[in-house]
Design a protein around this ligand. Structure first.
Ligand SMILES: [Zn+2]
Length: 198
């Protein structure tokens, strides 16, 4: 039926490419957009385009920053620039920031090593991290997710860096398979403040 309505088919095809949008929600989300007031929809699209135009990844920590501005983390003199917390995603960085108790800086890898999905060390920002640790970094905290991929990535990074800097990881007792993004603030805070040597 949908094939006979090309604009609808096109729209669904585009939405289908959005990760995390479960297929059962596809029609609901489509209806939401179609029911939207035209001006609001236009504003929605413009905000997305503007964000895409104005944001870039910081060349040091790979977190999002405004193109014309300095990085909120790397240029902050109140933060300990020698303490680098390594996370898989920007969402994990936000989870740590929300605890309000971490005063170091970050490094966003962009995921974890997963050969089945074709993601090797070259697809992540591990090279940038290695280069970074050759300067004034004293300690890196591996705050990757408690998944087989996260653990394999931590082991890979630790093996590359343990001769140059102190490598620590999150406290024990975190739920297996858990992602920092979905943990409560206190758990994340405890995990990072009670970190242990890798
Ligand atoms: Zn930065």
């Amino acid at each position: 039926m949908i094939n006979k309505i090309p604009p609808l088919k096109q729209m669904l095809k585009q939405l289908q490419q959005v990760p995390y949008l479960a297929s059962k929600n596809l029609y609901r989300v489509s209806s939401h957009f179609l029911d939207m007031d035209f001006q609001k929809l236009e504003q929605f699209c413009n905000v997305l385009i503007e964000a895409k135009q104005k944001l870039e990844k910081c060349s040091i920590c790979c977190a999002w920053k405004e193109k014309k501005e300095t990085c909120l983390f790397c240029a902050d003199t109140k933060r300990d620039q020698g303490l680098v917390c390594v996370v898989e995603t920007w969402q994990d960085l936000l989870a740590i920031e929300k605890t309000g108790g971490y005063k170091g800086v970050f490094h966003v890898l962009g995921g974890s090593i997963c050969p089945l999905d074709g993601i090797g060390p070259e697809q992540l920002s591990i090279g940038v991290l290695v280069k970074r640790t050759q300067q004034d970094v004293k300690e890196i905290i591996l705050a990757l997710n408690q998944t087989p991929e996260g653990e394999a990535t931590s082991a890979y990074i630790a093996q590359k860096l343990s001769s140059t800097v102190t490598v620590s990881c999150l406290a024990q007792g975190l739920p297996v398979g858990a992602s920092l993004e979905y943990m409560d603030r206190l758990t994340v805070y405890k995990a990072i403040s009670e970190r242990r040597p890798f």
